[in-house]
Write a protein that binds this ligand. Structure first.
Ligand SMILES: NC(=O)N[C@H]1NC(=O)NC1=O
Ligand SMILES: [Zn+2]
Ligand SMILES: [Zn+2]
Length: 443
């Protein structure tokens, strides 16, 4: 019997604290040794020579919508998780919608867990939904291991996942505080968005910019302020998903400074795309909150570089291509971007190569920070005792993203045709190679 299942040799290892040349030994899904002095015994069932490659902790994507069960014609746990693996992610947190039935009680959670155990090629965790009428269900979902809870302030676009009224959010937060869990919220003011949208449509104004102006940054700020007041009143830990602007991040930062336990996510699309992409690409680039102008993208990058954003989630919210088609009315068509496979490519290209994001910060944002925030104590770095969730990246490789490269059920994405620097070569989940050189290697 060989001493180890797998050895990764000669790579440049990146952890949240440092970057160094070294070798990694893996056994039974765990990292058992990391050495820098060539002292590893050459005795493994498999060896990967990572000469010239960077070895990163696998990404944890805290925000995906994989649509299974019930809406698998949009995406599924198999194709969705394969896309993540191809993008260097080894763990995801699936949102309680847009699968149907949505995950709003423990029975639905169990059903989704069983499907993921069967179909996912990466590690799966789940958010439980908070919707009007289900506060009494939260404890059971918590006991069955949800990573946290998720609510929508504006309508979600999915008829079986209702947005929350204030009473539901408040009583939900009281319960979630008792459970010691965290509430993630899609924070846009339903009043501002609805009234502005009505006004635009009354005036026949339906362009990309009109749609974006109907969901302005101030609507996010209003919602976040409201939620922070509730978090202070209830003691509930709060998480703001998909902030589209540094102005939203600043509201969170001010509350953090007062001692409120509130954290904030942004998404690759708010760091890589602008309203111009929505105008040019149409529905493929439609999301909520909408894409912003380029100065907002620059400001948001500065917030990321200064350490003010806690996590990066893809908010992969796929739909069939015909639902993404917009001819002239941008209030129509599905809001949601297909991006789960591109997060690392975008952060490397736009962040590391263009804006000085260090590899340490990148690894903190994409792995260490979500692991710590959501209690995954055996993930987030490359060190002895941690799970062997690892991605190997060639920073010297430049490539143009092609439709055929995508593992999504529906192969569309606003990133097709764009050029990226830094390619994922191999992804390892619990010590097993699941992706290598363009192919999924497990079934
Ligand atoms: N229901 C759903 O997935 N909505 C997501 N799409 C998007 O662009 N923003 C969201 O919250
Ligand atoms: Zn959302
Ligand atoms: Zn989402």
């Amino acid at each position: 019997m060989p001493m180890y299942d797998l050895i990764i040799k000669n790579g440049t290892i990146v952890t949240p604290d440092s970057t160094f040349e070294g070798d990694i030994a893996i056994q039974d899904g765990k990292i058992t040794k990391v050495v820098t002095d060539n002292s590893l015994e050459n005795d493994a069932a498999d060896t990967i020579d990572a000469e010239g490659l960077h070895v990163l902790p696998g990404l944890i994507d805290p925000h995906v919508h994989f649509n299974e069960p019930g809406r698998t014609e949009w995406e599924g746990l198999e194709t969705g998780s394969q896309s993540l693996a191809a993008g260097g992610a080894t763990t995801f947190f699936d949102m309680p919608l847009n699968s149907t039935p949505p995950v709003i009680d423990q029975e639905k959670l169990n059903a989704k867990k069983d499907l993921a155990a069967e179909k996912s090629v990466v590690n799966a965790h789940f958010w439980g939904g908070l919707v009007p009428g289900n506060v009494a269900e939260l404890k059971d979902m918590h006991d069955r291991g949800v990573i946290g809870f998720k609510a929508f302030m504006p309508p979600s676009g999915i008829e079986d996942f209702d947005n929350t009224d204030d009473e539901t959010i408040f009583t939900g937060m009281q319960e979630i505080a008792r459970l010691g869990s965290r509430l993630a919220v899609h924070a846009e003011s339903p009043v501002i968005c609805e009234q502005l949208a009505k006004e635009k449509q009354r005036q026949g104004k339906t362009s990309a910019r009109d749609f974006a102006e109907s969901r302005p940054i101030i609507s996010e700020i209003d919602a976040v302020n409201h939620l922070i007041s509730y978090a202070e009143a209830t003691g509930c830990k709060l998480h703001i998903v998909h902030a589209s602007s540094r102005k939203v991040v600043n509201v969170v930062k001010d509350a953090q400074a007062r001692g409120v336990d509130v954290t904030v996510e942004t998404c690759p699309h708010y760091l890589a795309l602008t309203l111009k992409d929505l105008e040019e690409q149409g529905g493929i680039a439609k999301c909520m909150p909408p894409l912003r102008d380029s100065h907002e993208v620059d400001d948001l990058w500065n917030a990321v570089l200064e350490g003010e954003v806690n996590v990066i989630g893809s908010d992969h919210s796929p739909a069939p291509a015909d639902m993404k088609q917009i001819t002239d009315n941008y209030f129509e068509g599905w809001g949601g971007i297909s991006g789960a496979q591109s997060t690392l490519n975008i952060l490397l290209t736009e962040g590391y190569f263009k804006r000085g994001l260090t590899l340490q910060r990148l690894v903190q944002l994409t792995s260490a920070s979500p692991a710590k925030l959501f209690g995954l104590s055996s993930k987030g770095t490359i060190a002895a005792g941690f799970d062997a969730d690892i991605t190997l990246v060639n920073l010297n490789e430049r490539f143009e993203l092609k439709k055929e490269d995508l593992f999504y059920r529906h192969k569309h994405s606003p990133y097709i045709g764009k050029t990226y620097q830094g390619a994922v070569k191999t992804t390892i989940v619990n010590g097993r190679v699941v992706y290598h050189n363009g192919e999924i290697t497990v079934h």
